[in-house]
Design a protein around this ligand. Structure first.
Ligand code: CP
Ligand code: NVA
Length: 309
């Protein structure tokens, strides 16, 4: 744990497989303890600043509740209400916030902006979603897979949909766990090519693999876990109609999951659009763990907060 104190969490690329495993094991223990009423106030007197450039339900609430449960305090800030919203520099903002807060969680449009904030802050910066990554989501996803499947090394994870922030963090996290990740996207919506190379390298170091295809059936074939996300992310609203067309055939429905293992689990980071990227019968069906997954944001992030702060 010593090596995690004071660190940023910008992406799972920056963490070793051992560090990610440590956070997941810590989350499992903390969740079990919390269920038994054991919630030691390890962050007493600490304040987390939470800056949002985009909407949020899960991220905002799970981080705030997590801080309160650990004896600390969280502050919500809409980026538009801060001076940064009217042009104060990231440099000045990072230096000023470092004098008040113990850590910042930020949801931003640009990953580079978050990297710049981290560079100019002496406190941990936690990525609560950028255009490139959603690492806290991936930790909650892995936690849910571990709870349901026991060990995840060697299991097949199919991600079908947009090669977006959620896909990037999920595949990199799963690669760290030695999973076999099969990504299916339409042409033009592929996984980031540099990150694909990195994910493959991480996977092979852990006995796993990462592959990419344009065929959803091939990806879902014999999968233990089937995962999807929205086809139009926040900020892509004007592309929504075109994407609906481009992603035809990529819906997770009964016909597609018939190719997966019988006891496959369905995951979705939420918010979801029923009957677009996922059929109602699947997301509300017996193989869906989406609400356990959403709750696990709280448990995974409490482990992150306790380790980094
Ligand atoms: N999955 C997720 O990050 O949800 P919110 O956008 O509601 O925070
Ligand atoms: N890919 C989605 C995830 C939302 C949690 C987005 O960026 O809007």
């Amino acid at each position: 744990e010593g090596q995690l104190k004071g660190r940023d969490l910008l992406s799972l690329v920056d963490y070793t497989s051992e560090e990610i495993d440590y956070l997941l094991q810590k989350a499992l223990v903390m969740k079990k303890d919390a269920r038994a009423g054991k919630i030691p106030p390890v962050l007493q007197g600490k304040t987390l600043g939470m800056i949002f450039e985009k909407h949020s339900t899960r991220t905002r609430i799970s981080f705030e509740v997590g801080m309160v449960q650990l004896g600390g305090h969280a502050m919500y800030m809409n980026a538009n209400d801060l001076q940064i919203g009217r042009g104060e520099s990231v440099y000045d903002t990072g230096n000023v916030l470092s004098g008040y807060l113990d850590a910042v969680m930020i949801r931003a449009n640009s990953h580079e902006m978050v990297e710049e904030l981290a560079k100019h802050s002496s406190i941990p910066i936690i990525n609560g979603l950028t255009d490139m990554f959603h690492p806290c989501q991936a930790l909650a996803d892995l936690l849910t897979m571990i709870e349901v499947k026991g060990t995840v090394a060697g299991k097949k994870l199919a991600y079908v949909g947009d090669g977006n922030n959620v896909a990037h963090s999920l595949a990199i996290g799963a690669a760290h766990m030695g999973m076999h990740v099969a990504i299916a996207t339409p042409k033009g919506f592929e996984f980031n090519p540099n990150l694909f190379v990195k994910a493959k390298k991480i996977a092979s170091a852990n006995g796993g693999s990462v592959t990419q295809t344009y065929d959803p059936v091939e990806a879902v074939k014999d999968a233990d876990i089937v995962y999807t996300d929205v086809w139009a992310s926040m900020g892509q609203e004007e592309e929504a109609a075109a994407r609906l067309e481009a992603f035809k055939g990529f819906q997770i429905n009964d016909a597609l999951v018939a190719n997966a293992k019988k006891d496959y689990m369905f995951l979705h980071c939420l918010p979801a659009h029923r009957e677009e990227e996922v059929a109602t019968s699947v997301i509300d069906g017996p193989n869906s763990y989406v609400f356990q997954q959403a709750e696990n944001r709280l448990h995974a992030q409490k482990a992150v907060l306790a380790a980094l702060l």
